[in-house]
Design a protein around this ligand. Structure first.
Ligand code: ADP
Length: 636
């Protein structure tokens, strides 16, 4: 196809338009970051070129010295940021600058409130990149050409940020991208050599690509000599003592496109062992808005001997640590490695386990030395870390140590297994837990009654994946994890009783057993289809009845989770337990009227089902039964 200048006026995707408005209004108080964002994009474009050129050196054309150039023109009131990176084709310009590819964008935008401060914070998490140009510019022109395409494939894009842009082809001699900002009238402050240099120093000093500006005479008149403004060092390759906290933070913002400071970082240079590498790993302060999007790719930036190789390399970290950002630089991989080869390279498992260790060490350190930071981390990423025991068998015990739960005595997901063990009763050998849909539901569960009475703490697991997490843990430091809603409860573990008292109780239980035998038989007949067994309960002090699962059966939560993802679940009937001390149960034991008994048993069963968060097969029938019982009461 011959190239023509074909000028088109196109609309931004609706989300872009919305985002642009918000960016301009909410980020105004920190407007100089536009330069960091555009320089980050330029540096990414250069990284991409380097990577693609590994397999196709012709992409360098005649110019292999890579750099970013920043220039300004006082008279025209423009700032131009140029790179000789990968550039964009016409189609790429349309899709990269006219649409937002991130899934979940609409959802994200609907969370914005109109409150400038809050929105600025949210927008920061989202990352606005290129669009930050419109904070200071009322018109932006992009001139670009993709590396490897002929000079006639240059593209000119221009917009005043009002919902439309114009795009046309033009000749561009050099590959790469120029972003020209036509500054708003009151943004002259950025048209100064000193000001621009100091912004570059502040945000981009440590980028390992030279950022250049023209040498200027005393009156700021430009010469035609370019000089490098930043230090051009790979930050991670410096000794820790040479890097300030500020520099670590700014570097994080460049690689993560996050506006906020990271929570913490860990920096290691490992040499002379069985594998050489340097890594700089960060924990973000907040979860990105799309942490739960399945198609979102995470991972580290990979460098080999300081040469950028690939972005978002997932092989180095397991899924449960997908929130970690950072770089890994190693001599253990060849420079010309492709994604496919990387997959199976023999060094990957070694690097991976080393990186996992660094992250877990960092988390341990937070727990020990900065508990408030660990709590902040847990709040943001606890649910991701919980995937660990299932995914990483080798580190199961270490990860288990880092898990936090609510309990029957502490509400706010801060209880570790170790805390729990410290508070265990002298005779107690198991860690008790209860899974439920919500904390409120867990706390009023009938299964807790006997534990409350005996002051035994129970962990309350109320996140959807908790039961699944627990199913991969079986025990912690030799202590079995025991669901209070499963199996036969051994009272002697938890009750504060002397041997004699226990003996007396056992005698009482025997007598009760005989006395209730006929009722148990009748109940079993009535509920034959719904339950596996009916028995007298040791767990209840306040409720008349509850449902219990077999020791090895799936828990209720797990059953629901599996059903929700469309898995076949073989239904296992529950055990129905009755509280022999409860007035209703006593009354039932004396009942002569079979129809009346049936009504009550049905209601008790349905109540037990509701109490464990289950749904009733016949809710309207339940309501009728309850009302009928009330009517009898009113009538009597
Ligand atoms: P992000 O960088 O977070 O993807 P941006 O809105 O900043 O989002 O940029 C959108 C896309 O536009 C980038 O992913 C990139 O593909 C492209 N892009 C932006 N700036 C450049 C540039 N200087 N050179 C090449 N491509 C660029």
């Amino acid at each position: 196809m011959s190239v023509n200048a074909r000028q088109e006026k196109l609309n931004f995707q609706a989300e872009v338009k919305q985002l642009l408005d918000i960016v301009v209004h909410s980020l105004y108080s920190n407007k100089e970051i536009f330069l960091r964002e555009l320089v980050s994009n330029a540096s990414d474009a250069i990284d991409k070129l380097r990577f693609e050129a590994l397999s196709d050196p012709a992409l360098f054309e005649t110019d292999s010295s890579l750099s970013i150039k920043i220039n300004f023109d006082k008279r025209e009131k423009t700032i131009t940021i140029s790179d000789n990176g990968i550039g964009m084709s016409r189609d790429e310009v349309v899709s990269n600058l006219g649409t937002i590819a991130k899934s979940g964008t609409r959802d994200f935008l609907s969370r914005l409130t109109g409150d400038q401060k809050k929105d600025a914070h949210l927008i920061g998490q989202f990352g606005v990149g290129f669009y930050s140009a419109f904070i200071v510019a009322d018109k932006v022109t992009v001139i670009t050409r993709r590396a490897g395409l002929g000079i006639e494939h240059g593209v000119r894009w221009e917009s005043i940020g009002d919902g439309e842009y114009v795009i046309e082809n033009m000749e561009k001699q050099t590959r790469g991208t120029d972003v020209i900002l036509h500054l708003k009238t009151d943004e002259d402050e950025f048209l100064g050599d000193w000001r621009l240099r100091s912004i570059v120093k502040k945000y981009s000093d440590h980028l390992n690509i030279p950022i250049q500006m023209l040498k200027r005479k005393e009156d700021e008149k430009p010469t035609d000599e370019w000089e490098t403004v930043n230090r051009v060092t790979a930050l991670w390759a410096l000794p820790k003592s040479d890097v300030t906290d500020e520099q670590y933070k700014e570097f994080y913002k460049h690689i993560s496109h996050d506006f906020e400071d990271p929570l913490v970082w860990t920096h290691h240079k490992i040499e002379g062992g069985n594998i050489d590498y340097t890594c700089l790993l960060y924990l973000p302060a907040h979860a990105p808005f799309d942490l739960w999007q399945r198609d979102k790719h995470y991972g580290l930036k990979l460098y080999v001997q300081r040469v950028f190789i690939m972005d978002q390399v997932e092989q180095f970290l397991p899924n449960y640590l997908r929130f970690v950002r950072g770089v890994i630089d190693t001599t253990a991989l060849p420079l010309n490695i492709s994604r496919e080869i990387l997959q199976d390279h023999f060094s990957i498992p070694k690097l991976r386990s080393a990186l996992i260790r660094h992250v877990l060490d960092l988390l341990d350190r937070l727990v020990e030395e900065h508990p408030a930071q660990y709590a902040a981390f847990w709040k943001e990423f606890g649910n991701v870390l919980k995937e660990g025991p299932a995914e990483d068998f080798a580190n199961r015990a270490r990860i288990a140590k880092l898990l936090r739960f609510s309990s029957s005595t502490i509400d706010d997901q801060t209880v570790s297994f170790d805390d729990y063990i410290k508070r265990m009763k002298a005779k107690q050998t198991k860690i008790y837990y209860l899974t439920a849909e919500s904390l409120l539901g867990a706390k009023s569960s009938p299964h807790l009654e006997i534990f409350r009475k005996n002051n035994v703490e129970v962990l309350l697991l109320t996140d959807r994946i908790d039961e699944w997490v627990i199913s991969h843990l079986a025990d912690y430091e030799g202590k079995a994890l025991q669901s209070v809603a499963k199996g036969d409860l051994k009272l002697d573990e938890i009750a504060d009783e002397s041997k004699e008292e226990r003996k007396a109780d056992e005698r009482k239980e025997q007598i009760q057993q005989q006395a209730y035998e006929p009722l148990l038989k009748k109940v079993h007949t009535i509920l034959d289809k719904q339950i596996k067994e009916v028995r007298l309960s040791h767990r209840l002090t306040l409720s008349p009845a509850c449902l219990v699962r077999d020791e090895h059966a799936l828990g209720v939560q797990m059953e629901r989770l599996l059903k929700a993802v469309g898995q076949e679940v073989t239904e296992v009937k529950p055990i129905f337990e009755l509280n022999p001390e409860h007035p209703i149960i006593r009354k039932l034991n004396q009942a002569l009227d079979e129809a009346w008994l049936e009504e009550w048993v049905q209601v008790l069963y349905e109540q037990a089902l509701l109490a464990e968060g289950g749904t009733l097969p016949d809710p309207a029938g339940f309501v009728q039964r309850i009302n009928k019982l009330w009517m009898e009461r009113i009538a009597s």
